[in-house]
Structure formats: structure tokens, C-alpha cells
Design a protein around this ligand. Structure first.
Ligand code: G3P
Ligand code: MG
Length: 243
């Protein structure tokens, strides 16, 4: 069965990367949650997509220049189009305390550019290990140095390269970097590629799939998971298709 991962939580209906979006994903029985992590000025792992707080909150500035106290004073629901929401930027630790009580899987995406400093990856891995959640976590990143680092430090935690254009024979690349899956843009993910990649033992989880025609194609192709902003609708669609 194709799993449904809620992209930044249930982003279609709740402010992205907030506890309300994550809790909504659990409520609608998504199979997994995808979220993005960065480091605050005082070195805490926080859940936020952009390098600045400008697009999603009522504040301004780079996440790396703001302390947790400053980040927590912002409203992460301030710019949500679907109505008024009050929400905090969650710490990864806070999220995982709640996540422990669910039976979801979590895809943690490292938002990194650096290939010299692996502080975000090191701290994230330490938190996951400390909470004994290794077997429910998948690490991904567009920065493949990050996931190679993660594999070296925590070989038992699954990793997956994210990419938006295309990789020739991605199963060869995935095996070379010891990843167990690929996370391509759905536009770079034709059926033949899914079938071949899976045949080589590598999972395929395209992002960010919000279109019914694409759900139909990908569910019929038995892709391993889709990452979507609309987990509830995707779940209904999957149910109708297979019952
Ligand atoms: O992990 C899938 C997706 O989240 C990658 O793109 O920019 O939404 O983090 P982005
Ligand atoms: Mg992401």
C-alpha cells in the first residue's frame, strides 16, 4: 500500500510545520509526517522551512540569528491563508515528545547548505537517538552531503536524497550513498522509474503531490509513499480506489 506523508504536516488546512498541522495529520490518519529542521542562534533544532521567518510568521530575520526565546515569541500561524491561527515554531524535541505517542513515521528534512559544518545533523541525530526513535525516522535533504553524514553517524536510520530535476538510474546513486529510498519531485518520477527503482530494492516517495490525476497514477503504480499537503483528501482517494 502507498503510504501518505503529510508535507510540513497538514499544510493544506493548517499552518505549515506547526503542532496543529502535525496533530491534524495524525487525526486524519496519515501514515507519516514530513517536516523541515534548522538551527536557532542558540543552537537548538527548530522546525521551520525557510531560512528566514518572514514568509510564515509575524516576525523578520534569519532563523540562525534568532534565539529560541525570540522564535517562540512569533506567531507561526500569522500568514496562514486559511484563517486566524495562533501557533508557535516547535522545537524538534517538543514535536518528538508528542510524536512518540503516535504510531506515525517521520521524515526529517535537513535544511542545510553547508558541507563543512554538520551541527544541525549531529544535534538532530542525538535527539532522535536519545528518544529511541531510530526506527521511525527517515532523514532526507537536497544537500546529499547531509544524508551521507547522517548515514555515517547513524547507519540504522534510513536516509533518502531529495531532488527536483532528474538522476540517471537513481537506484545506482541511492546505493552508492547508502540511501534506502529516493524522494524525487513527482514531475521527475515517471512510472518506469518507480518500477525499476523498486526492483532494485530502493523505495520511492515523490513530493509534493496534491493533484488527483497524479494520486491516481502513483497509487496505481504502487509507489511507496506520496508526500502531500492534503493527507485527508489523499487518504479518502486511496480508500475509494482500493475498496
Ligand atoms: O521533503 C519533501 C519536500 O518537503 C521538499 O521540498 O521545499 O517543501 O521542503 P520543501
Ligand atoms: Mg521539506
Amino acid at each position: 500500500m502507498t503510504y501518505i506523508f503529510a508535507h510540513r504536516g497538514s499544510t493544506g488546512t493548517h499552518p505549515e510545520n506547526t503542532m496543529s498541522a502535525f496533530q491534524e495529520a495524525a487525526r486524519v490518519k496519515a501514515d507519516g509526517i514530513e517536516l523541515d529542521v534548522r538551527l536557532s542562534k542558540d543552537g537548538e533544532v527548530v522546525i521551520i522551512h525557510d531560512e528566514t521567518v518572514d514568509r510564515t510568521t509575524d516576525g523578520k530575520g534569519y532563523v540562525k540569528d534568532l534565539t529560541v526565546k525570540e522564535l517562540k515569541s512569533l506567531n507561526a500561524g500569522a500568514k496562514f491563508k486559511g484563517g486566524i491561527h495562533q501557533a508557535e515554531i516547535p522545537l524538534l524535541k517538543e514535536f518528538l515528545e508528542w510524536f512518540k505517542t503516535t504510531n506515525l513515521v517521520c521524515n526529517i528534512e535537513f535544511k542545510t547548505r553547508s558541507i563543512k559544518n554538520y551541527d544541525l545533523e549531529r544535534k538532530t541525530i542525538a535527539i532522535v537517538k536519545d528518544m529511541h526513535l531510530d526506527d521511525r525516522i527517515i532523514f532526507s535533504s537536497f544537500n546529499h552531503f547531509s544524508i551521507v553524514y547522517a548515514y555515517r553517524v547513524a547507519q540504522n536510520i534510513e536516509t533518502a536524497p531529495l531532488y527536483s530535476e532528474s538522476i540517471f538510474n537513481p537506484w545506482i546513486y541511492a546505493k552508492a550513498i547508502r540511501a534506502k529510498a529516493i524522494h524525487p519531485n513527482f514531475r521527475s518520477c515517471p512510472n518506469e522509474l518507480i518500477v525499476k527503482t523498486q526492483k532494485h530494492g530502493i523505495k520511492v516517495r515523490p513530493y509534493t503531490v496534491n493533484d488527483k490525476k497524479e494520486w491516481l497514477r502513483l497509487f496505481n503504480c504502487r509507489v511507496d509513499a506520496i508526500i502531500t499537503d492534503y493527507p485527508e483528501k489523499a487518504r479518502d482517494f486511496r480508500e475509494q480506489l482500493f475498496t
